[in-house]
Design a protein around this ligand. Sequence first.
Ligand SMILES: *Cc1c(COP(=O)(O)O)cnc(C)c1O
Length: 433
Amino acid sequence: MSSPSASPFDRWLADDPEVARLLGEEAARQSTTLQLIASENFTSTAVLAASGSVLTNKYAEGYPGRRYYGGNQVIDEVEDLARRRACGLFGAEHANVQPHAGANANLAVYQALLDPGDTILAMRLDHGGHLTHGSPASITSSIWRFVSYGVSPPTDDPDKPGEIIDFDQVADLARRERPKLIVAGSTAYARIIDPMPFREIADSVGARFLFDAAHPAGLIAGGVHPSPVGVADVVTLTTHKTLRGPRGGAILTGADLARVIDGAVFPGLQGGPLEHVVAAKAVAFAEASTPRFRRYAEQVVANAGALGDALAAEGFRLVSGGTENHQVLLDLRTFDDELTGKVAQEVLDLAGITCNRNTIPDDPRPPFVTSGLRLGSAAETTAGMGTDQMRLVGGLIGRALRRRGDAGALDRVRSEVGELCGAFPPYPELAGT
Ligand SMILES: *Cc1c(COP(=O)(O)O)cnc(C)c1O
């Protein structure tokens, strides 16, 4: 196999062999090992090209038509195009495409809608909430007061497996704590998040409702998950997870909140926008509005299902009893009570399988160790893998973890992984350029 290229512009790095070598090594890693981190994906070469463009040179503080620097005629068109495409894709009245990341998008929404000290009701971190949903380590928790809901306890009934969002608890907490804002959305949760019950609870206590769609944005765009747009007051998303665009964030709102949200992003939180990334977001929004992307989103969910089934057959317990999105959250204890998430992640790394340890609801082990593993199907589905390959991957994960003390066995898994990845290169168009 010819060595993979790291970008459409590789040859321009010839004068910096140190960086060129590192980019080449990372391109090789991405194409010879399995990428199962649920928050990652492979962008198109068009997205790579836009984010590697001369737009990085331009200062454009402000918004289209209202900039603080000259020379923004073209940039205005770029950002307007990205905003129009985001609104068209999601059916939103207003889009802010400037947030540098999902975390910034959430911070901007809090800043726009709340005063310091106000109460936010969001998902517990150890049940799948994000750092920006009130982690003690996040600045969010020093500015606002967080109260958290979680998932229901697991059951023994396969038809009602539990570990799904406990709306009775959300409603109780909302009544007792009177939050100004309720946040839906998660970083490790394998079920559909229905925005409607959150809306009803928010209305019953006069709270605003933020749907943080960082993970399922692409599944919503692809029509396989219910859309929170028009239901929630504000929707935040990342453009790099299931949406398959460049690394960044975006915010969707109704026209009523457009000004206050825009002001919170700039000048509230950020300086000049990354217009090269905004152009790449525009590319990704257009890509995500095609029938082809709908088929992709359907395949992502089918692939996660096949991976989950294969892992259940290996003896792992699936948290919440299965998956309805791109994620599989594994409880390792039924497979091997001694095996921690930390060790499993390290063993799988040796076998060429990239994923991350994750807490499971009410995990008895600390967050740095954990009893769980989180896997995602979004990236390898982009590379072209289907349910047959996912079943194979499930078997390889089981074999690697069962024989983790046997270096020869891990080498054999690694070489089977290499063969599989060789048949599904993420960037065939860049090969040997
Ligand atoms: C990934 C994620 C974010 C933050 O995205 P970054 O781009 O990493 O800042 C926010 N919320 C949720 C639920 C996420 O999963």
